[in-house]
Design a protein around this ligand. Structure first.
Ligand code: ADP
Length: 603
């Protein structure tokens, strides 16, 4: 099973996740820290702000104190120089109060307190002006016991100022405390958040990296396996390439040969330099009459990736031609480059030519011999025909004279002489039969047989009529299983064939056994097989072939008379009708002779 490679897009996804989530968490952390910082800043700002208020309050208080001191100096000395700080305060005090008022505008109780101080000061100022005027006019300013009143006023202002500052100091220390707490909280939260985030990021990044490394390892394994398999197959192919058992080339469909082994170079007779210099192109070493085969192969390569082997020729470097067998396959992933094997056919072509020549000579010789054999056969058959024919005349004379001897001179012979004469008559009779059979056999070989549609039932009918006497004498029982089909044959020859088989069937039975014969037929495709089955003595398998030859007999003439030509006539007749003949038998178990002829076709 080949494991699938994990697609690079999955790697990218894992990597993006590994970067994206930590970045997101960092943003959240930054947001949280920012809000903390801004809160801390606002708290710190409040402390500074309170410092400003306090400073401004001190400045205002100082102006008031300066005014009072100046006033006192003037009142004591009457020198106007002492009034300078007083005048300065007069110039600045209102704006100082106003600035302070703006600074504490957010604080209603302090604003109220400030207003009271301001109005108290205004009252004091009014009173001080009066004193200054009295002093200027050299009137007795002390007579107006307003002096003490002034001190009271100033004391109240001072108390109020102290209260005001006290409140602001308290506020300041509260705000500073808050700032401290916030800083501590900020640091604690920052540390906690950072730790949490760091562990989250670490956990997540670890998980993603683990997955990444797992995927990577899986891919590495697949790639390693694939590389090993590739190396293995590459090594095997290299072995084949370098073994130089067959020519192998890598070529471009355009004609360029990119690589070739030594075997190929040897076939085409080119040195390797020619290949390296690009001088060896398959198109250029292919004779023009084979280009169409190459074009066909290219079409097949493009359609199925494989071009089945075909024969062609190459022109060798020396100009001679070399017959080859070539097959090709497109390289995987390429539409233009193919690997081809090239087998030199010079030797097999030569062998082919030799075989063809031998075959032709053999066929010629066989034909010549057949003709000679046929001629010899015909001569032999003609000779045996004429011999048989010519023998008949002297035989008849022999028969006639021996018959005459027996009839006319019987009383002049003693019993031995009479026996000799009887034997001469019997021998002549047998000779007559032999000659008849030989003549029938010869005729069958020479006659022109016209094949027609023959009805087997009528053939059997004729046979039964011809053998009527023998059948009756032997009290043979013949069962004919009708209907019998029609065959293509020669009626007279077929009757002769079946007569011989049926005669044998009732002849070759053991003594005392009543012969039983069964005649039937079956159809086998376009053939009809006629069977003649008997309950006779049977034939040992070893003899079943030879009994169809002329004069071949398995018994002496005394036991079973005959000429030994009957079955030869059967075979010759059947073969002349285009059929076959055979026997199935076991010694002592009866025989089944069969004749096979083409099935009858009505024309
Ligand atoms: P013939 O019958 O004149 O002897 P055939 O050529 O007809 O000659 O037969 C050759 C031999 O084949 C026979 O002599 C006999 O031995 C054997 N033969 C033929 N038909 C049968 C049969 N039906 N049963 C047993 N043997 C047979």
């Amino acid at each position: 099973m080949t494991r699938q490679l994990i697609a690079p897009v999955n790697f990218r996804r894992t990597l993006t996740r590994a970067v994206l989530l930590p970045s997101l968490l960092m943003v959240i952390l930054s947001g949280a820290l920012l809000s903390q910082v801004s809160y801390l800043l606002s708290v710190t700002r409040w402390v500074e702000y309170t410092d400003q208020i306090i400073a401004r309050t001190y400045q205002t208080e100082k102006l008031i104190v300066d005014a009072e001191t100046g006033l006192r100096g003037y009142l004591l000395t009457g020198e106007t120089d002492f009034l300078q700080p007083y005048n300065q305060t007069e110039l600045k005090i209102n704006s100082s109060f106003n600035q302070l008022g703006r600074l504490i505008s957010h604080n209603a109780s302090q604003t109220r307190l400030l207003k009271e101080i301001h109005s108290n000061y205004d009252r004091w100022e009014l009173y001080s002006r009066q004193l200054i005027r009295l002093r200027k006019n050299n009137e007795n300013y002390q007579a107006y016991s307003i002096n003490a009143q002034g001190k009271e006023m100033m004391d109240e202002i001072r108390e109020q100022m102290a209260l005001f500052i006290d409140i602001e100091q308290t506020l300041r220390s509260q705000r500073s405390k808050a700032a401290q707490n916030t800083t501590v909280a900020f640091v604690a939260i920052s540390i906690a958040l950072t730790l949490l985030l760091a562990s989250l990021v670490a956990f997540f990044v670890r998980r993603q990296l683990m997955k990444l490394s797992e995927d990577y390892e899986k891919n590495l394994l697949v790639v390693t396996n694939q590389t090993e398999a590739l190396q293995h197959s590459e090594a095997r192919f290299r072995r084949l390439f370098e073994s130089n058992l067959i020519g192998i080339i890598f070529s471009h469909l355009s004609g360029r040969i990119t690589a070739a082994n030594d075997a190929f170079l040897k076939i085409v007779g080119y040195p390797r330099e020619d290949l390296v210099l690009g001088k060896l192109r398959w198109l250029e070493i292919t004779p023009p009459e084979y280009i169409h085969l190459d074009e066909q192969a290219i079409v097949e390569l493009k359609v199925s990736g494989v071009a089945p082997p075909f024969e062609k020729e190459y022109i060798r470097k020396d100009g001679s031609r070399v017959p080859i067998l070539i097959g090709a396959a497109l390289l995987e992933g390429s539409e233009q480059e193919a690997v081809c094997f090239v087998l030199e056919l010079t030797e097999s072509k030569a062998a082919e030519v030799e075989i063809r020549q031998l075959n032709e000579t053999l066929e010629k010789r066989v034909a010549e011999r057949t003709i000679k054999l046929e001629e010899a056969n015909q001569e032999l058959e003609a000779f045996s025909y004429s011999v048989s024919h010519d023998l008949r005349a002297p035989l008849r004379a022999m028969q006639g004279f021996s018959q005459a001897l027996m009839e006319d001179y019987a009383e002049q012979f003693d019993s031995v002489g009479q026996e000799y004469a009887r034997r001469i008559v019997a021998a002549a009779g047998r000779m007559e039969l032999l000659i008849q059979d030989l003549l029938a056999y010869s005729r069958l070989s020479r006659a022109e047989l016209q094949l027609r549609l023959v009805d087997l039932e009528s053939v059997i009918e004729d046979v039964m009529t011809q053998l009527e006497v023998e059948l009756r004498e032997k009290q043979a029982e013949v069962v004919i299983e009708e209907p019998l089909p029609q065959v293509m044959g020669h009626r007279i020859t077929l009757v002769q064939v079946v007569v011989n088989l049926l005669a044998n069937a009732i002849k070759f039975v053991a003594t005392g056994v009543k012969s039983k014969v069964r005649v039937y037929a079956d159809e086998r495709g376009s053939w009809v097989r006629l069977w003649i089955e008997d309950n006779g003595i049977g034939i040992a398998p070893d003899h079943q072939e030879r009994i169809f030859r002329v004069f071949e007999r398995l018994h002496g003439i005394e036991t079973y008379p005959g000429t030994g030509i009957g079955l030869a006539i059967v075979r010759k007749g059947v073969e002349r009708m285009g059929g076959r003949v055979g026997v199935e038998s076991q010694l002592g178990q009866g025989s089944r002779f069969w004749v096979e002829l083409p099935k009858g076709i009505k024309v």
